[in-house]
Design a protein around this ligand. Structure first.
Ligand SMILES: [Zn+2]
Ligand SMILES: [Zn+2]
Length: 282
């Protein structure tokens, strides 16, 4: 597995690549813009192809971009829906400009309007995107902690949604370990991982899985709590990540850490920890 972390895009892509390289990342994730704001500033030249050349010289890849947290393509509120579609399409265009490999999207929340309606709105958003342009960057739907009106807590729901979108656009999946555990997939053991990946394969097909978000979970199994913890410091634990490391189908994939860290040293420590767990399980 190629490991990396989420780094800040505040100083532009070239700086982000430098930061990732300094941390010893083999892959990396960034936001396309401010994850908590609707405004998008025009992209300056160094963020485009030249910065991607920097990626090529460092050998870091894949480049993963995470969608803004505000985007809700399932929202029943027209104003939010329109803004969400705009930012989704804008950010995906940015991904293409940067030469990003994957664009990770939280499916969205139907906010009580119903699963079917929510999925239809997401499908319509993808259709609108396809009518605007044909992205080279592949969109990955991320599984969520589930519960409430959030769409994508189970692989079955992701399959339904992928099918709905598939009429206009082919998507992949980003599997977040914290979210899966909080949604009820027991990732503490080899048997639990086996069952989860078998279910994934039945519902979606293993070729859909492109990126893992390797996060431990503060919340318990099935708690629906989206609270990330450092590797081995949550309820999945070091044993859960050791079990993950024995799954052959995950070997070539990218693993991004989205750990709530204060310092660079914390990131280095978490990266070292997961690499050590991974190496000793091979
Ligand atoms: Zn996410
Ligand atoms: Zn999360």
């Amino acid at each position: 597995m190629r490991f990396g972390v989420h780094v800040s895009i505040g100083g532009g892509l070239a700086r982000a690549v430098e930061a990732a390289q300094g941390l010893g990342c083999e892959t990396m994730q960034i936001f396309a813009g401010n994850p908590r704001g609707w405004q998008r500033r025009a992209m300056s030249e160094p963020e485009g192809p030249p910065a991607h050349q920097a990626l090529e010289t460092t050998g870091i890849g894949p480049l993963v971009v995470h969608c803004s947290y505000l985007v809700n393509l399932a929202s029943p509120r027209p104003e939010i829906y329109e803004k969400s579609c705009d930012v989704f399409i804008e950010d995906l265009k940015r991904c293409d400009q940067m030469g990003a490999d994957y664009f990770v999207l939280h499916p969205g929340s139907h906010l009580g309007s119903g699963l079917e309606e929510g999925m239809a709105r997401i499908g319509a958003a993808f259709k609108r995107m396809r009518e605007t342009f044909a992205p080279k960057t592949r969109v990955l739907l991320e599984n969520v902690a589930g519960g409430g009106s959030d769409i994508g807590g189970s692989f079955q729901e992701l399959r339904q949604l992928a099918g709905r979108i598939g009429e206009s656009h082919e998507v992949g999946v980003c599997l977040d370990t914290c979210h899966a555990f909080a949604a009820g997939y027991d990732l503490r053991t080899t048997a639990g991982w086996r069952a989860a990946l078998d279910e994934f394969d039945r519902e979606l097909g293993m070729d859909k899985l492109r990126v893992l978000h390797c996060n431990d979970s503060k919340g318990g199994l099935g708690s629906h709590l989206d609270r990330h913890a450092g590797i081995g410091q949550g309820q999945i634990g070091a044993e859960g990540f050791a079990a993950m490391a024995t799954m052959p189908e995950l070997r070539g994939l990218a693993g991004i850490l989205e750990i709530p860290v204060e310092t660079r040293e914390d990131y280095l420590a978490n990266l070292a920890r997961i690499r050590e767990i991974w190496a000793s399980a091979q």
